[in-house]
Design a protein around this ligand. Sequence first.
Ligand code: CP
Length: 318
Amino acid sequence: MQDQERFIWPHKDLLDVTQLSREQVRHLLDLAGQFHEINQRPVKKVPTLKGKTVVLFFAEPSTRTKTSFDMAGKRLSADTFSLAKSGSSLVKGESLKDTALTLQAMSPDVIVIRHTSSGAAQFLAERLECAVVNAGDGWHAHPTQALLDAFSLNRAWNGQFEGKTLLILGDIAHSRVARSNVHLLTRMGARVRLCAPRTLLPAGADTWPVEIFDNLNKAVQGVDAVMALRLQLERQQAGLLPDLREYASRYCLNLNHMQHAAPGARVLHPGPMNRGVEISSALADAGQSLVLDQVASGVATRMAILFLHATRKDTGER
Ligand code: CP
């Protein structure tokens, strides 16, 4: 790919966006742009990763992340293999370490892992020779989601993060997407606001580089994009929410709220969506919604991530 010869990707693994410099993010987004262009062609397959092997190890359900990594690998001509927890020997009690060492013995170039436990990707990265890409670990991080969100926003904002404001709305306490997006967007020069009831804000959020609101009408004023997050309905049972209808009346993002955002402001949602709970159905389907653009961005961005990690020359950096 263009410019690849001159740019040295230093990371064996992608565990969180906190490990990436602004220059590295820019390089990854530029590369994703080249793959996005390939994805618009009638024939979308290129031989770039022919002979490379990618294992998709998803110990937690996924539609978007798993499918787009699989498609990304196949479009680059890599061989991709999927392992789900339900079909693996994890259900017979085999440990995560033994499962990973077993997979590595088959000599993959990249293992993409999603796991319910925070730190699972790092645990494997420290023990495996091949590249490990974190596809979401517990409440900790979802770096590839933040990178694809940045790719969509970068295109919507004409390549400018500086001077732009993103509002992240909803269940931030339990969201690895929110954590990774706060780090990435602020690193790239954007401002980030959070809006949630206090029970759905994480401990320590007041130390993050963000502005915090509990009133959506105030939070949305003048923002350039709003990212609504899935309300994890299981939290209602934990007593963190008074009542679902009350929550939706205060925090369900709709077309009227967007009237108070900046002209041309866009709406994002990482999915899966609870329509009518955190986002109105009309807004999810409106022209200003980037929800399906995010899905398309996910394929291009994950092609860039697989390319960088499968072709990296070892510099000794972990
Ligand atoms: N956004 C996201 O991670 O979606 P999936 O759970 O469907 O992969």
